[in-house]
Ligand binder design. Structure first.
Ligand code: UFG
Length: 494
């Protein structure tokens, strides 16, 4: 929950002096009744001016501040806000308060994690309550103050997305752009195509501010951070083929670990302290029992790709331990499949696919003649491997929630599983794909693949509870959209 309090300052003679932008005391009475600690109803003008994503997602409290008398409704609202904050003093929540000075004097001590933004003179100031000298604040002129509130609330937050044209990166960019974020993207097209940028624009009507290059290139990162006011980073850029990683460990560790160190060091330099990291269920290794939950130890990975994800998680944790003002959100993906419903973006690996769904789609479109099912003698209901398949669009939406969770927060280290909590076998997937798309997928049973485990699925409760996220799309949606994407590529001859 994010609480925004828009405070009206008494302003020592200038400014509102008791006039509220929404004027009506009656409205304040309504605020008081409907706002404190709830999703809100507030002054119509103010409410209309708030961006949708704030209205949808956050609890917003409007408050007023004056030299209170008990019959002053503004004062009552403020007092209620303060008692609300006091009651929730020990919550893990963040409180954002925008507005004039006096409100802070009243409420700051209850907002341990509060972050403030306001206008001081002609300068916009961001500060944490516990680091700012309260008594120093200047009075803010009404116009600046009003402008400030709306500008700050409506200012599009900018997210730097590494690996923005990849499979999960591109779907996440679509969701970010559709949710009102600006996206600054980086990719070197090592496993994606430049056309994805146009397709994202076709879907959203909005453009990624794109930089081509490698995340190991520190100068390029410095240029990007220098040219953009970045609010948070989502780091997707990595190699991800398990088999390849066994053959090329040095390349994998360089690309997946060294590059993150470069990124983190530039983030530190530019004081950007929010990062959502693309991790994997593979970090649970082969010793934990299913379903995996976030409290389980990580490690015992069976290949350098998996180990690279464990290393980065540990680096991020060490970073957070060294500086608690960092906001880290680690997302552990289970098995993302499916494609955007437009059929414009989806998974397009180079060469023969290593993963199940891209392989099935290439059998479906005739590029490959049959699927090899790796083992039918696992201790699972039908003997084939069981995984937690999750629609990539659901996954992408979780990133938007992850970013919303960390932006403006004072600091935290969060880890979430992103899965459905439900396992399907290889045969379940093949059968669903054939049925939904009315195609035949010939298959043969082949020997087990080295390094595979029988079952892997998530306990997905924590993401539901804390991020308010759960997978909504079905296995049928995953099979239908994957097929639509591969067939649209074939039709366009791509
Ligand atoms: N499978 C086949 N035939 C194929 C490909 C896969 O039968 O041609 C089977 C596998 O044996 C497994 C299931 O389909 O039982 C899923 O295999 P994938 O390769 O699609 O996915 P994995 O579960 O092996 O790996 C995926 C990601 C990894 C990640 C891991 C986390 O590819 O990056 O999930 O558990 F680390």
């Amino acid at each position: 929950m994010l609480i925004i309090s828009i405070a009206i300052d008494e302003n020592k003679g200038i400014g509102y002096k008791g006039q509220l932008p929404w004027h009506l005391k009656e409205e304040l009475a309504i605020f008081k009744k409907n706002t404190i600690g709830k999703n809100i109803v507030m002054g119509q003008t103010t409410y209309d001016n708030l961006p949708r994503r704030l209205k949808d997602r956050h609890t917003v409290i409007v408050s007023a501040d004056k030299n209170y008398t008990t019959d002053d409704p503004e004062a009552e609202v403020t007092y209620d806000l303060i008692s609300f904050l006091k009651e929730h003093e020990n919550d893990e929540e963040e409180y954002i308060i925008c507005g004039g000075a006096s409100i802070y004097r009243q409420s700051y001590k209850y907002c341990r994690k509060a972050y403030i933004s306001f206008v001081k003179g002609s300068h916009e100031v961001d500060a944490w309550f516990d680091t700012f000298e309260m008594e120093d604040w200047n009075v803010v002129r009404k116009e600046e103050y009003e402008d400030f509130i709306y500008t700050e609330l409506e200012r599009k937050k900018s997210i730097f997305v590494t690996g923005c044209t990849g499979y999960i990166g591109s779907h996440t960019c679509v969701e970010l752009l559709s949710s009102g974020f600006r996206v600054i993207g980086l990719d070197n097209f090592s496993n994606s195509k430049p056309e994805v940028l146009d397709k994202v624009k076709q879907i959203t009507g909005k453009e990624i501010k794109f930089y081509e290059g490698n995340m190991l290139n520190r100068e390029l990162l410095e240029k990007i951070f220098g040219e953009n006011r970045i609010d948070a980073v989502i780091d997707f850029a990595a190699y991800k083929a398990v088999g390849d990683s066994v053959r090329k460990p040095v390349e994998y560790y360089t690309n997946n670990v060294s590059s993150v160190l470069t990124l983190l060091s530039v983030m530190k330099e530019y004081n950007v302290k929010g990062i959502v990291f693309s991790s994997s269920a593979t970090v649970y290794g082969d010793k934990n029992p299913v379903p995996y939950d976030e409290t389980m130890p990580i490690g015992n990975t069976t290949n350098p790709y998996g180990t690279s994800k464990v290393f980065v998680e540990k680096i991020l944790k060490d970073l957070y331990d060294s500086d608690n003002s960092f906001n880290v959100c680690v997302l552990r993906y289970f098995n993302p499949i499916g494609a955007h419903e437009s059929g414009l973006i989806g998974e397009e690996p180079n060469g023969i696919p290593a993963n199940l769904m891209p392989y099935i789609t290439k059998v479906a479109n005739g590029e490959l003649d049959h699927l090899n099912i790796f083992g039918n003698d696992y201790p699972t209901p039908d003997g084939t491997g069981v995984r937690d398949y999750i629609h990539v669009v659901d996954l992408a939406k979780a990133h938007v929630l992850g970013v919303n969770k960390i932006i403006g927060r004072k600091g935290g280290y969060l880890v979430y599983n992103l899965g459905t909590g439900h396992g399907y076998s290889v045969l379940d997937i093949v059968n669903a794909y054939m049925k939904v798309n009315n195609v035949n997928i010939p298959y043969v049973i082949a020997p087990r693949r080295a390094g595979d485990i029988a079952e892997c699925y998530a306990n997905a409760a924590k993401a539901k509870e804390e991020l308010g996220w759960q997978a909504e799309l079905t296995l049928e949606d995953m099979c239908r959209s994957s097929h639509k994407f591969i067939m649209s590529l074939r039709n366009k001859g791509e």
